[in-house]
Structure formats: C-alpha cells, structure tokens
Design a protein around this ligand. Sequence first.
Ligand code: PMP
Length: 423
Amino acid sequence: AAAVGAPLPVLGRDVTVPLVTGGEVTYAALDYAASAPALQRVWDDVAAYAPYYGSVHRGAGYLSQLSTDLFENSRATIAAFLDCRDDDQVVFTRSTTDSLNLLASALPADCQVFVFETEHHASLLPWSDARVTYLNAPRTPEQAVATLERALADRDPYGPALVCVTGASNVTGELWPVRELAAAAHAHGARIVLDAAQLAPHHPVSVRDLDVDWVAFSGHKLYAPFGSGVLAGRADWLKDAEPYLAGGGASRTVARRADGGVEVEWHTTAARHEAGSPNVIGGYAIAAACKALTEAGFDSLVAREQHLVATVRAGLAEVPEVTVLSLFGDDAPRVGVISFVVEGWNSSHFAAALSAEYGIGVRDGLFCAHPLVRTLLGSDPRDPGECGAPDAAPGEKSLNAIRVSFGAGTPDEHVERFLNAVR
Ligand code: PMP
C-alpha cells in the first residue's frame, strides 16, 4: 500500500468562520460529497488560461483558435482519465444530473431501463416511468447482481435496455459491484451507464476495464468548479438521437425547405448535444482536475483517504449512541462518505451544532436518495411522508441522517475535530 502522504492543496483551506461560542476557527469542509473544494492546481491552471479565453468554434481570431484547441483537447484528457475506448464520445454537460437526463433523452424507442431504488435521484428520476423497472434495495453486492440478473432475464430480450448504477453511494460511500453488474447487463443484451459522481473523485475509473457503456460525473465533486459535467461513452445512441438542445453549434447545415420549413443536418459528434456557446472554462477545469489527480496518483490519494475512513469509522465506533448507515455491512469497502444517526439527537440540530460550535461543514437530510435513506433508517421506502423534517424530538427515531465526507484536500485535523465534536 502507498504511504499516507500530505493532503493536496485546495482553495479555502485558510478560511475562518465565526463560532457561536466566540472567536473563529478555520473552516473544516467535510461535505466533499456535495461539492469538493477546488484543487489549488486546478484554480492556478484556470487563472493562467482565463486571460486568453475566447469563443470556441465561433471565431477566426487567435484566441478563439487557442480556446477551441484547449476545449477540444480537454475532451482527450478526460477520455484518457476515464480510459475510454477509441471511438467513445466525451460530451460536456452541466453536471451528472444533466448527463443522465441527456442520456435519457437519447434512448432508442422502447428502451427498457433498470435502476435500483437506492440510487441518487439524478440516476433514479430521469427515465420515463412507463419504461423503467425499479429494483429493490439489495443487502449485499452479490444480491445486487442476482437481482439485476433476475430482472433482465424477465425482460423482452429483443428490445434495447439500459441499466443505470452508481459506482459509490453518496449516502453510505459503499462501492457497488460495477464490473459484475456490467457483465450481467451485457450477458442479457443490455447496456449500462455508470453514475461516477462519487466514484471518480476517489478511485480511478476505467471505462474499458469496468466495461461500462457510459459514465457520468460532475466537475464540482472532482475538485473543479461548478457548472460542468461529462457524459462519456458509446457514440451510437447519442449520434442517432434528437439533439438534447437545438441550436447553433449542434447543427451542421440549416436551409429553408421548399414546403416553407427548415431542413437541419445535425452533427454526429459530441457537438450534437452541446448547442449554444459552451462552458469553456468549466470543461477546461475538469480536464485540469483530471491531470492534477493523475499526477498526484490514485495510489496515494486512496491511501490517504482510506486512512481517514478508518480513523472516522474507529472514532464513531467508540460512541455508543452513533449508528453508521450501511447497506452492504460494516466491512464493505467504501470511499470517504459516511452517514450516521445519533440516538437522542435530531440530525439537523446535530449538523447545525457542528457548524456553529466547531466550524465543521457536514450535511444532514436524505441526500437526494430518499428511498435509500428511508430503508437505512428502517422506515418504509414507499412511505411518501415528510422527508428530512427536523421535527424528531429527542429519543424519537430520526427521519434524516448526518453525512460526513472528505477527500484529497482533507487534513487529519478536520476529521479529528469532527470526532472530538461528536464525542
Ligand atoms: N449521483 C450521485 C451519486 C451524486 O452523489 C450526485 C450529487 N450528490 C449526483 C448524481 C448529482 O450530481 P449533480 O448535483 O452534480 O448533478
């Protein structure tokens, strides 16, 4: 195993926040799963490029040419980071949510979709209800594969089908058996899209090795700023689909028709789904983050993060009132995302106290994965009742949970402060 090195420099590490108890403290950002702080390296790269940016694909000037090159080269950097196949496309989007909605809009007619009820809402909701099969929460990775295989065996074997699955849960941090699920999907003639929003920041993702058809992730969780995301993978369904957005940039030629309408020939490249002036800085920043993470090396990033996971798990295990939420069991491998409840505490009050008294930023709630969190808290995932309402009295069962999450920029002091606060 690689040695546990120093955290990578990130923005905001010297920011101080006021405490209700008086004085100030440096902010401990322990909500990486929502949005990670940008790497200093990414920010520096963007700052170096910013004075030179110009319109991409839309200008003859030198800076437009430069920007177009940098923007297009960013796709190649991202494709290399994801170990994509040679003919895969890298489409720039706004976020993982946007990427999965784009794919949903590009499905062939009659495509059946299979998705576990435990998914983040971004993976759970974009599919048309009529064609989607929601799979019950599995309690082991093997059960996940068996559940999917059973569902696929029952499907119409001649129609197109898509499986959508997360690589790492945004609630429990647990890793899902992506390679095995992809093999099951392909054995039954289905395709698979990997929601790598929580996986890509913590683990190398190889499209080839996992054998997934598409992968989606967000820049703001991968140490780049907000506003950009990626859908990468097979070109065929994407180039046959209606453009996600209609407009300039997506269209190759437009002419009036004899009948009075317009005739459009759409691009068959990634541009087909990227109409309008793109988020050049956002795409460039994602590529900068891919380079920075590759240079830092996932071996040492994983070693450091697993050291923090072990520290947090051990610290929380010492507090009898704490229950850590887990679908696959205590020993399941996980990334730096840990959710828990504290007996006698309302999770929202607990998270508010961590902020106000210790300068620690975590998240409370149901984390855009309502059915999963309801299952983990022992309530009925079919109960449409109030979500995350901060109304559990001391001693009552929590309706929501607390999530602590961290990554490449997290110093030991942040998790130590967090554990002290919990104690
Ligand atoms: N999938 C997972 C697993 C996530 O954790 C998130 C963000 N919490 C998303 C999808 C959606 O990402 P975004 O909000 O950037 O669209």
